[in-house]
Design a protein around this ligand. Structure first.
Ligand code: 5GP
Length: 121
């Protein structure tokens, strides 16, 4: 069964402005901010403004407008950050096997240098 959304998760608090973040983008559908513990020269987290636990929850329950708005924001962000020429990696850790720590869907955007093997050897 799908995990219930917890309004006290850290990204929900960031969305409500209760906890500060280093914001790089915001619109109706998405917000993006720098990861507090960056794993690459550029490490941005893009989150939907809606209450979704994971990429699976987002894909299953979000409206077409929300999905389109989210990925349009991703495209704007990677362009604004100058990541399209040399590329970047996007990761959505999901659940326990995926090592997901925060239960609000977030897409990691990693770049600014080669980011190494896809998964740890
Ligand atoms: P996950 O393992 O859930 O995919 O990744 C969660 C990410 O959120 C981690 O990379 C972690 O560094 C980041 N993170 C956790 N708490 C905060 C916070 O309060 N602010 C910011 N900007 N990033 C956070």
């Amino acid at each position: 069964f799908a995990m219930a959304y917890d309004d006290q998760n850290i990204f929900a608090k960031i969305l409500r402005g209760e906890i500060p973040c280093d914001k790089v983008y915001e619109d109706e559908y998405a917000m993006a901010f720098n990861d507090i513990a960056p794993k690459a020269p550029v490490h941005i987290l893009v989150i939907p403004t809606g209450r979704y636990v994971s990429i699976e929850d987002f894909g299953a329950r979000a409206s077409a407008e929300e999905v389109q708005g989210f990925f349009a924001a991703v495209a704007k962000i990677v362009n604004e950050q100058g990541l399209t020429e040399n590329g970047f990696r996007s990761i959505a850790n999901t659940g326990s096997d995926g090592g997901q720590e925060v239960a609000h869907f977030h897409l990691h955007i990693l770049g600014g240098a080669p980011v190494g093997p896809m998964v740890a050897p």
